[in-house]
Write a protein that binds this ligand. Sequence first.
Ligand SMILES: NC(=O)c1ccc[n+]([C@@H]2O[C@H](COP(=O)([O-])OP(=O)(O)OC[C@H]3O[C@@H](n4cnc5c(N)ncnc54)[C@H](OP(=O)(O)O)[C@@H]3O)[C@@H](O)[C@H]2O)c1
Length: 240
Amino acid sequence: MGSTMGGNFVIAGGSQGIGLELVRLLGLSADQVDVYSRSVDNLKVTDRIKHYVCDFTDPEIQFADLPESIHGVAYCPGSINLRSFRALKPEEFRMDLEVNLIGAVRFLQACLPGLKKAATDGTAGVVLFSTVAVGQGMPMHASIAAAKGAVEGLTRSLAAEWAPKIRVNCLAPALTETPLASRFFATPESSEKMAAQYPLRRTGRPNDVASLARFLLLPDAGWITGQVIGVDGGMSSLRA
Ligand SMILES: NC(=O)c1ccc[n+]([C@@H]2O[C@H](COP(=O)([O-])OP(=O)(O)OC[C@H]3O[C@@H](n4cnc5c(N)ncnc54)[C@H](OP(=O)(O)O)[C@@H]3O)[C@@H](O)[C@H]2O)c1
């Protein structure tokens, strides 16, 4: 696969939000994009973009239809369960770990043979998702920050274990306008209030994050691995 693409990509959670935009971008020039999620939602299935129904929290999950050779994998399912630590039940921590971490583990273990096969003539890419709330402590984020902190650890461990052939990187977005975060954009006033918190004075759009995810999956990012990259309007590093 050259930098002008082709290749087979497998996207967990590509039916809405950031994952859907990533599928749209990859679909412009990939040979095949396979999407796994519970429902097809807004995804347009074509001869090159296929959808498979699955729930990543199901311990019996099977991925029978994975391509033999996989050039890139992204795992997009996530959660935003914001509550005080006092109100959070241990079961909620477990659920956040299931969808954010264990689902990614199940998916990557299933994809590994295909990634190895594609990586024989170059490198294959993996992209995982964290949140700005891991690098910067935020109230009400204990459960999601713990789960995504585990994803960041997984990213660096796998990047080391799978080098030099399979690159593993992680994006850490701040608030992005997707169905997952829709409650923060319920009114024009709440949207404006959110936007005002960012040095760049706006919240994220799916393309802000998906375009970097696409880049990290492709050979152009062939010397980048083990990184957690903020896509956050400057929130994690600037005081404006
Ligand atoms: N949006 C934000 O503000 C924000 C901020 C920080 C980090 N992030 C992270 O960025 C990533 C993408 O977020 P997003 O906002 O694009 O999320 P989203 O709008 O909720 O989309 C998530 C995708 O994952 C699928 N999915 C969710 N749970 C699933 C499950 N149990 N099994 C199978 N598929 C599942 C959804 O489809 P179905 O519902 O059809 O299954 C959907 O296609 C997540 O990891 C999130 O934690 C987002």
